[in-house]
Write a protein that binds this ligand. Sequence first.
Ligand SMILES: Nc1ncnc2c1ncn2[C@@H]1O[C@H](COP(=O)(O)OP(=O)(O)OP(=O)(O)O)[C@@H](O)[C@H]1O
Ligand SMILES: [Mg+2]
Length: 239
Amino acid sequence: MGEMLVVKDINVYYGSIHAIKNVSFHVDEGEIVTLIGANGAGKTTTMHAISGLLKIASGEIDYCGEILNKMPAHKIIRHGLAQVPEGRRVFSGLTVEQNLLMGAYTRKDGREAIQNDFDMVYELLPRLKERRSQAAGTLSGGEQQMLAIGRALMCKPRMLLLDEPSMGLSPLLVKEIFKTIRNVNRQGVTVLLVEQNAKMALDIANRAYVLETGKIKMEGEATELANNIEVRKAYLGAQ
Ligand SMILES: Nc1ncnc2c1ncn2[C@@H]1O[C@H](COP(=O)(O)OP(=O)(O)OP(=O)(O)O)[C@@H](O)[C@H]1O
Ligand SMILES: [Mg+2]
């Protein structure tokens, strides 16, 4: 299976702040790749550069053979690259079902296909089915995270970008979210996962990159990095 996303030597600035410095990495079709790093390392910035929400100053982002650099965000979604943003951001006044439908707004393949995906999302995330008529704002944090994932799946992505899905969740819910991510991947969706929770992320990923103050510091097989002494000290709480 070939390379699906190739990020080559990108630089991103916020005014005079150089947030991303010559970052390169790639994600192959079918993989779960994780980008781990502490607060402010540049994880969200990298995600936003890929999804078209932020402009890169230099470098190249290639997705399925197309250069994304100048493509607007709404077009990138149409190419099957969906983002689950940091902090969930569901439409709290809308029901679960309405939120899911919002995820399908870019599609033109008709009602039947969309209905099939409702069924797929409800099968993957049965809690959402139970709560389909409930206002999203009244869901628990973990349920809102599931809804955000479900909504992204409704645009039938080939690749999902997840920005810290475990943030603010209890250990039990974190486990559940990671199990969901693994199941989504088994359905054939390639995953780029950004996380501060390095332990869980390395546990489900095939490969990983460590981002430190805007630069890639290390990369390798997830199991290899989980055993690396530097990673263990800095990100896994080892002494
Ligand atoms: N809109 C902005 N204007 C100026 N600087 C910003 C802006 N957004 C982010 N930054 C800076 O860019 C750097 C990277 O931020 P980013 O949000 O990408 O980090 P992160 O790895 O996602 O962190 P966290 O784990 O806390 O979400 C930080 O130093 C941050 O202060
Ligand atoms: Mg972030």
